[in-house]
Ligand binder design. Structure first.
Ligand SMILES: Cc1cc2nc3c(=O)[nH]c(=O)nc-3n(C[C@H](O)[C@H](O)[C@H](O)COP(=O)(O)OP(=O)(O)OC[C@H]3O[C@@H](n4cnc5c(N)ncnc54)[C@H](O)[C@@H]3O)c2cc1C
Length: 506
């Protein structure tokens, strides 16, 4: 394939994906590259997406954005994990926290020792031994301390953010424009392809202006203007495993201090999120239209708000799945244009970040290469599939049978890869992370145990400890975590002291 050296990069779409891509590329590429971003205010952005995983810190570090500045600019609060209520069974509650649980001993992770103590009836819930979980439940937060011993839980506190993604995109726009990215307002009305290769040569705007490029980044949201509508890359539909296909979102006023965790309450045909920001609370109801109407979903959401509703409910439709090709010819799809797996574990913005980093690693400086494209797609597909399995786990690991939706989820066939992991864990408490997959074994362990898959066995090495030593170890970890959490300030105090955002102008 003989294609030109990449010099002109065109990002189509200016949502979170478009501006993250433009900002990152403007940071890492030298000024000989020309980057232009086309967006249409008439079309607008999806306008939801407020919770992240820990990795956004790394993205901001790459861009050399200071944490306090980011938090103030995006009205952010801190997130220690996600609280899941009513998922495994009605009345259940657990936290999937970032960071560690207890401490490893010898070759084994903490939960193996916990399992034995649990079966003896002598351990508290697993979350009792996780600093993130306990701090989340008590509304406390601080970033990792530098002035404590390296093995203190306070030295290694995992955190992510709740933030206003629209403000983040605005912030990144200023960042990117300062580094030479050209922003063009306008709706793309047609796309021109090379007659033989099918490569995209240019897009034409409503104004008649033609924007030419060597590499196009499709950030046009669900419509996938370039990757799907033009190149027909294809979509792998996950909705038989992840059946929710609608969401209604509605922010409300805050009525109390922000919790340092996202709340996810399972509902009759889906689940509801609550995400506290500094200036408001984000709420949404993700549901399956086969089992619930838009009116019912909206009424259910409105009845659960903490404070006064702000604005009108926003209805969103989606089909869970991923593109068959994330990079096709000279188009790389990022964000919703590349696929969507619902926001249960706040993975979409992470997937944008990961796609950008992958593109940087495999950047086609000398022109398009099937080798680079092949590797990109292989990695992206694996990443999506591993996250997909983790999300399906939340629906599958349930004993709920109080509604047709939950009966469907409980009984649905699941991918072999997930079935195998669930079986292995149920028997032995073992989980093996695959390659670079996002969620580490601690995430899987917390969700499996939290939703009732408590392994019948534990690793034989645990028996090297006498029962007395085992219980002493468990108790000691519990008291260290308790002491550390008591030393942490309330979440609101931490924000007030370090990164309080200005009150927004209405
Ligand atoms: C219900 C829901 C909840 C979510 N919650 C989370 C969450 O908590 N955490 C998380 O990480 N992610 C979440 N997400 C995902 C997150 O919202 C998206 O990943 C993120 O907003 C990126 O969107 P985007 O930039 O890909 O698309 P969009 O925001 O839709 O932006 C598309 C852009 O393309 C432009 N465009 C489209 N067509 C044209 C055209 N013809 N010409 C010119 N411009 C065009 C638009 O103007 C816009 O600028 C959620 C998504 C949904 C649906």
């Amino acid at each position: 394939m003989n294609t030109p050296r990449v010099k002109n990069i065109v990002v189509v779409g200016g949502g979170t994906a478009g501006w993250m891509a433009a900002a990152a590329l403007s940071k890492v590429l030298d000024r000989s590259y020309h980057i232009e971003l086309v967006e249409s205010e008439d079309i607008g952005t999806v306008g939801v997406g407020e919770a992240t995983v820990e990795h956004l810190k790394l993205f901001n570090q790459l861009l050399e954005i200071e944490e306090g500045e980011f938090v103030r600019a995006t009205q952010a609060t801190f997130k220690l994990g996600i609280q899941f209520n009513d998922w495994g069974a009605l009345g259940d509650s657990y936290v999937h926290g970032f960071g560690s649980i207890g401490t490893e001993l010898g070759l084994l992770p903490f939960h193996q020792y916990w399992l034995k103590a649990h079966h003896m009836g002598k351990a508290g819930p697993l979350g009792r031994y996780s600093l993130n979980t306990l701090a989340a439940e008590r509304g406390r937060f601080m970033v990792s301390a530098k002035d404590v011993p390296a093995n203190s839980p306070l030295a290694n506190i995992g955190h992510a953010y709740h933030f206003d993604a629209g403000l983040y995109a605005r912030y990144l726009r200023a960042y990117a424009e300062k580094r030479g990215v050209k922003r063009t307002e306008g709706r793309v009305v047609s796309v021109q392809q090379h007659g033989e290769s099918g490569f995209i040569e240019s897009v034409t705007l409503e104004s008649g202006r033609v924007v030419e490029g060597d590499l196009f980044i499709d950030c046009t949201g669900f419509r996938g203007l370039l990757i799907e509508q033009t190149l027909h890359a294809g979509y792998e539909d996950f909705s038989h495993w992840l059946p929710c296909d609608r969401a209604v979102a509605m922010p409300c006023e805050r009525t109390g201090p922000p919790t340092p965790y996202t709340r996810s309450n399972a509902r009759e045909a889906g689940w509801q999120w609550r995400i506290p920001l500094q200036h408001r609370v984000g709420n949404g109801h993700v549901y399956c239209s086969q089992y619930m109407s838009e009116d019912e979903a909206t009424a259910s959401l409105l009845s659960q708000l903490d404070g006064k509703a702000l604005g009108e409910p926003r209805q969103i439709r989606f089909t869970t799945g991923m593109r068959r090709k994330f990079w096709d010819k000279n188009v790389v799809a990022l964000g919703l244009a590349s696929g969507f797996m619902e926001p249960l574990e706040s993975t979409s913005i992470f997937l944008i970040q990961s796609g950008i980093v992958r593109l940087m690693q495999l950047f086609p400086r000398l022109g398009m290469s099937e080798t680079l494209i092949g590797r990109y797609n292989e990695q992206a597909i694996t990443e999506f599939e591993r996250i997909r399995d983790f999300l399906i786990l939340h629906y599958k690991a349930t004993t709920r049978d109080d509604s047709p939706f939950w009966r469907y989820c409980r009984d649905m066939p699941i991918p072999d890869s997930l079935a195998e992991n669930m079986r292995l864990f149920a028997e032995s408490g073992l989980f093996f992370r695959e390659g670079d997959e996002l969620f580490a074994h601690l995430s899987w362990v917390q969700v499996m145990i939290g939703q009732g898959i408590v392994p019948s066995g534990y690793h034989p090495f645990v028996d090297q400890l006498s029962e007395r030593d085992l219980l002493g170890f468990i108790q000691n970890v519990g008291s260290v975590v308790e002491r550390c959490v008591n030393a942490m300030p309330p979440h609101q105090d931490f924000i007030d002291r370090n990164c309080k955002a200005p009150v927004p102008q209405m």
